[in-house]
Design a protein around this ligand. Structure first.
Ligand SMILES: Nc1ncnc2c1ncn2[C@@H]1O[C@H](COP(=O)(O)OP(=O)(O)OP(=O)(O)O)[C@@H](O)[C@H]1O
Length: 452
């Protein structure tokens, strides 16, 4: 495919000349006279290579090379440096530029260099699609968490990874069950084959059966063609069955058969299909309870639970909150082009005191919000959602929030928020004496800053 090249240079004559030389080679060329209009073009157009001058009316090309690489990692940047200024070129490469050429005396270098950069762009694209095929590419090296509790979990998962044993991952929502499933797959002998994930709660019973096992044409209305199921897609690889507690009983029986013999029958088929698939299942439900309630088959549970891994909730491993938050802040910052250097101590404490019902997923969302809102390179509590800074005091467990004094504290705070800090009005509404209110504000260290 024709590569598209953007030239950012304020010298119109030189820019035009360069554009013509490059166009003659069959490349498509766009031109910009300053950084701002160059970046605007990148926002709207798919560009492969940028040629960028160093001295521009609105900034420096060496820094711009870094900005472009951060925002658009697949683009290759070539810097046009002034004669005798190699230092700029070297710095640009440090910032992620592909290479540099000295203006004027290097005209014969430019075309071969563009071809080389074009090859690199193709490679970037191939790598990108490979990474996509591998899913979110979580290996054990990418899993963050140094706490003892978490490390024990990782050690267990690493031990089972190279075997072919089925694994049952248990943990609250957002604790990283899918991340672990991927890491186990990648560390196992099936890692060059597919990892297929299916969320059992996302489909109705009939649809889930046809998703998992496939169907023959005419099996039911709307089944116009034969359809391969996810078990077949995962042949020789791994299937991850998320929310297995939601699976209907008769499908559970079918799943047990696959686990035992690798065999199943497609919907509407008469013959057996055989696959070789490793099964990793996950749930946030208590399956033993489900068995008692008659909604989960005990034989399937025993088959699956031969190897159980409990992933601890985030609140049970507070030491991991800071490194996780730092890593998310950095990567989200890079994605949206903001440099985040760290988190304020108060910010970290607030995060550590939160209950994190949604675990790492919730933490990631909170950090994303902060990175978007922040105007500084250090994230501070001002960027946290209001309820998080308020929750600080009642943190611990959801139950502790129901202890009498916790309830009183929350209630007084709510009323104070309502009266925007007017204590006389708050005391009246609370039907308590003003002196008592002052004492309680002091005792519970209630927030007295009211915006607006
Ligand atoms: N240890 C970890 N290090 C870094 N990121 C993590 C880690 N664990 C989870 N995440 C991130 O947290 C989010 C939730 O993880 P995941 O989807 O694996 O959770 P889950 O337990 O499968 O959730 P659910 O029960 O809702 O399916 C994802 O964005 C994932 O990338």
């Amino acid at each position: 495919m024709t590569k598209r090249i953007l030239i950012i240079d304020d010298e119109a004559k030189l820019r035009g000349l360069l554009a013509r030389i490059i166009q003659l080679e069959g490349f498509e060329v766009l031109e910009a006279g300053d950084i701002r209009s160059g970046l605007k073009i990148l926002e709207k157009t798919d560009v492969d290579i940028v040629l960028c001058d160093v001295k521009l009316p609105d900034g420096n090309g060496v820094e711009t090379a870094g900005t472009i690489k951060t925002r658009y990692p697949h683009i290759e940047v070539i810097l046009l440096t002034a004669y005798g200024n190699i230092a700029d070129g070297v710095q640009a490469i440090k910032n992620g530029a592909f290479d540099y050429i000295t203006k004027g005396d290097d005209n014969s270098r430019i075309i071969p260099l563009i071809y080389k950069a074009a090859e690199k762009v193709d490679l970037n694209k191939r790598l990108n699609s490979l990474e996509k095929q591998l899913g979110k590419k979580y290996s054990f090296d990418h899993i963050i968490g140094r706490s003892k509790r978490f490390q024990e979990t990782v050690t267990l998962a690493k031990k089972v990874a190279p075997t072919d044993t089925s694994v049952l991952l248990l943990g609250e929502t957002g604790t990283g069950k899918e991340v672990f499933a991927q890491a186990i797959h990648l560390a196992g002998r099936r890692n060059s084959k597919s990892f297929v994930a299916v969320n059992c709660s996302a489909f109705s019973k009939d649809l889930l059966e046809s998703e998992m096992f496939g169907h023959k044409a005419g099996a039911y209305t709307g089944a116009l063609k034969d359809k391969k199921g996810l078990f077949e897609e995962a042949h020789n690889g791994t299937i991850f069955l998320d929310e297995i507690g939601e699976m209907a009983m008769d499908l559970q029986a079918k799943l047990l058969r696959v686990l035992e013999s690798g065999e199943f029958i497609k919907v509407g088929d008469s013959k057996i299909t055989k696959v070789d698939v490793r099964v990793i299942a996950a749930t946030n439900r208590n399956l033993e309870e489900e068995i008692k309630n008659g909604t989960f088959r005990s034989d399937l549970f025993y088959r699956l639970s031969a190897f159980q891994i409990n992933i601890p909730a985030l609140r049970e491993r507070k030491e991991d909150i800071k490194p996780l938050a730092e890593s998310f802040a950095l990567s989200i910052g890079l994605k949206i082009g903001k440099k985040i250097k760290g988190l304020s101590p108060e910010y970290v404490t607030t995060l550590e005191n939160n209950y994190w019902q949604g675990n790492i997923r919730e933490l990631k969302n909170v950090i994303e919000r902060s990175v978007i809102l922040t105007d500084s390179e250090e994230l501070d509590t001002g960027t946290l959602p209001y309820e998080l800074t308020q929750k600080k005091a009642s943190a611990g467990s959801p139950l502790s929030a129901f202890a009498m004094n916790s309830v009183e504290k929350l209630h007084i705070q709510k009323v104070l928020n309502y009266t925007r800090g007017n204590k006389a009005e708050a005391a009246r509404l609370l039907e308590m004496g003003i002196a008592t209110l002052y004492r309680k504000i002091e005792e519970y260290k209630l927030n007295q800053n009211f915006p607006g």
